[in-house]
Design a protein around this ligand. Sequence first.
Ligand code: KG4
Ligand code: ZN
Length: 363
Amino acid sequence: MTTTHIVLGLETSCDETAAAVVRLDADGSVEVLSSAIGTQYAQHAPYGGVVPEIAARSHVETIDAITAEAMKTAGVTYGDLTGVAATAGPGLVGGVMVGLSFGKAIALARNLPLVAVNHLEGHAVSARLAADIPYPFLLLLVSGGHCQLLAVEGVGACRRLGSTIDDAAGEAFDKIAKTLGLPYPGGPALEKLAEGGDPTAFTLPRALLGREGCDFSFSGLKTAAARQAEGVTTDKGRQDLAAAVQNAIARQLSERTDRAMAAYAAEHEGAPLRFVVAGGVAANKTVRSTLQTAATKRGFSFDAPPLAYCTDNAAMIALAGAERLALGISDPLDAPARPRWPLDAAAAAANPTHAFGRKGAKA
Ligand code: KG4
Ligand code: ZN
């Protein structure tokens, strides 16, 4: 790495319209110059979840202003940029196309290199926005759409160790929150409700406990929690059930991660052992502390991004782009928007555990 990169990042793959400017220096140090986010919660809340058409239209309406805000806060001009990085998938393709097309237009107009970033690679580098975490590391990527364990060996070099066979953990939080009558997005609301609840008041299934491998499963928990919710009539009961659900999710995440840690440690003998948890669910305090305990027991360092970089943001996309540009990697202006785009394509094709559809594994 010989030069400084100042990259504009754009993120529009779900219900957040985000733009950010990140500087990556030749010595590897990172500075987030700005990170602007426009959330669409209010527009989707009446429907209890994200409506793809509403999301795409909202991205079109706000991306101009949000990008202008990010550039202004960063105090840079388009002439100062060394590249543009836009999420190119996986995600809701209507939204992905908005940010990617916007990024392509800037790249073309300003003669800048474009990086078409995998959203998951953005989450994978998100902890590096605020801490010096060298490659390689073990990553638990846990969000609304994804739940996987990855050995991250370097820029764009991820190997999948495990993945959910049904729902993602964030999806489980959101769906169970809905059955408890909580508003969208359910994860943060469920965490709040669980405060002061007694997690031992309910018994919930322990999926995959003791089972080989590092895969996850949350659909049984979702069904069991929905059934238990039907019999809950008091506020205290709702608090207790929320606490039990949160504990069950945290416990499964840490049990499966513990297995991945054992496998990863065996493969990286003598090297520093680092563990990172990223994605929206990493914002959950119980999940964080349970994983931190597991990491400490196994001799791994523990890192999680600051809360602002756990959920979707463009700073992580800008950094993923900058790391690629520093290695001389960029993409052509006809780079496609990809609704499905596994980080570890080989593993996903061989063992498509998550949402395998006509078009192949989502992640
Ligand atoms: O990373 P993210 O913003 O979007 C995806 O790429 O999916 O993750 C959003 C997910 C949602 O399911 C949301 O409910 C969950 O992360 N989430 C939480 C918390 N904050 C966000 N889940 C549990 N506790 C939280 N505090
Ligand atoms: Zn995400």
